[in-house]
Design a binder for this molecule. Structure first.
Ligand SMILES: NC(=O)c1ccc[n+]([C@@H]2O[C@H](COP(=O)([O-])OP(=O)(O)OC[C@H]3O[C@@H](n4cnc5c(N)ncnc54)[C@H](OP(=O)(O)O)[C@@H]3O)[C@@H](O)[C@H]2O)c1
Length: 248
């Protein structure tokens, strides 16, 4: 019984930590006006689940796409408007080279090194922000997750009481650092916080806002819909400077 109480206390304290460390409710910067659609877009995390959807959809929308990848063989897309650059977000020089000449950056960076402290998300994002500021690339759209900052607890009880405390505490703590770095930057940024991801076919629409998700059940969203929403943010100004939750 004492162990169970200690565990529940730990899970609740973690939720509190993620709430306090992640970004709170932010008022989006003014101007609901549409921005000019950027032509050249760098996609980070392009070989991942969301990243592959981003690449395919960005090409469909007519963007000139650069994919920063560690292993080009993982990206089985060929297209005249797709440039694949080998690099690593933890290598500032390769990030700098990929960011130079872009109009916008979309990041679906993630990893599976869950067991133990890690700073891949925050350190990688730090390099991206530095390169964007150096080269005057204004807009960053970055995927983090529901469950942090103003959406703490909103991935549902299964995540709050099991998945986050047992599997993802370090991963999610690093996401809070990632969000803080973005918010402290001079960029035109939008943080997109999806619910649990699926590889289902997208619905072509999703719900978005600060009160998305549920404290009880696990909300979900298809990666294809996350990618669509993220790419919409390239020409949308109404969510600038805010972390916005999305789910089906
Ligand atoms: N799974 C969920 O239910 C869920 C829910 C909410 C939010 N999220 C978050 O959403 C994001 C995307 O998740 P996902 O499952 O769609 O993607 P994913 O399959 O985890 O892909 C992550 C991408 O990041 C890349 N990456 C990792 N380390 C890198 C490095 N050092 N340099 C360059 N690229 C690197 C990976 O490259 P490699 O292919 O080379 O490894 C891959 O392309 C993640 O941040 C995840 O935590 C996930």
């Amino acid at each position: 019984m004492a162990i169970l109480i200690a565990y529940l206390l730990y899970a609740l304290l973690l939720t509190l930590l993620l709430a306090l460390r992640g970004l709170g409710r932010r008022v989006p910067r003014p101007s609901g006006a549409k921005a000019a659609e950027p032509a050249r877009v760098l996609i980070i995390g392009a070989t991942g689940g969301t990243g592959r959807c981003l690449v395919a959809q960005a090409l469909d929308r007519g963007h000139e796409v650069t994919a920063l990848v560690r292993d080009a063989s993982k990206l089985a897309i060929e297209h005249p408007r797709l440039r694949i650059m080998k690099g690593d977000v933890l290598d500032a020089a390769s990030v700098d080279a990929a960011v130079r000449g872009q109009d916008a950056v979309v990041s679906a960076l993630g990893h599976k090194r869950f067991l133990g402290p890690s700073s891949i998300l925050s350190e990688g994002t730090r390099n991206v922000i530095a390169a964007m500021e150096t080269h005057g690339v204004g807009r960053l759209v970055c995927e983090t997750s529901l469950g942090i900052g103003s959406t703490a607890g909103r991935m549902g009880l299964q995540y709050t009481l099991f998945v986050l405390p047992v599997i993802l505490p370090f991963h999610f703590y690093d996401k809070t650092r990632q969000e803080r770095l973005i918010a402290a930057s001079s960029l035109d940024w939008v943080i997109v916080r999806p619910a649990a991801l699926t590889d289902d076919q997208g619905r072509g629409e999703c719900r978005s806002g600060q009160d998305i998700g549920s404290f009880v059940t696990t909300a979900k969203i298809a990666r294809a819909d996350v990618a669509r929403f993220m790419l919409d943010q390239l020409a949308e100004s109404s969510n600038l400077g805010s972390a916005i939750g999305i789910c089906s």
